[in-house]
Write a protein that binds this ligand. Sequence first.
Ligand code: GDP
Ligand code: MG
Length: 175
Amino acid sequence: MEFEEHFDYPFKAILIGNSAVGKTNILSRFHKNEFSLNTQTTIGVEFGSRILEIKGKKIQLKVWDTAGQEIFRSITQSYYRGSNGAFIVYDITNEDSFNELENWIVEFQKNAQESAVPMIIGNKCDLEKDRKIPKEKGEKFAKKNKALFMETSAKDGTNIEEVFQMLATEILNVF
Ligand code: GDP
Ligand code: MG
């Protein structure tokens, strides 16, 4: 169904973080309510968009996903340009993906506008038995970097709506 929707603000958010942490599935869960065991690594940048209602305002949230270029230095400055916020994603079962957050946040601060809001996401929280990173560790890292924080599962949908709502609300607050 294709129709024109009215909105008050267009906001851009980006997804960054190591490969295989679940960025593409977080986006497709948000955008189409779909999850896939075998996400195709497509070339280029893709986005999904939805209208959210926050504090009586209609927010168009366009979310951009990197595709197959998740080595942090290889993401070009233009990807960050104009973004109002970023989801910096790690996998709670993968220590490397958590340790790389530091690099991702530096890259974000270097390239995004000053007012852009960072949000750390610990994804795959359905895999409790394989957890390597305690929730408190993620929270502490986020706090230190003045970022929002939440754990999600793109697989079962836990907190997916919530992270998009939370980031859009904070973007609206600082706008
Ligand atoms: P990306 O490289 O960061 O875009 O990661 P993908 O979205 O392609 O996901 C990588 C792999 O992790 C795929 O096999 C997904 O099915 C799986 N995956 C993504 N999110 C979750 C999640 O929340 N829970 C579980 N159990 N697996 C996930
Ligand atoms: Mg991907």
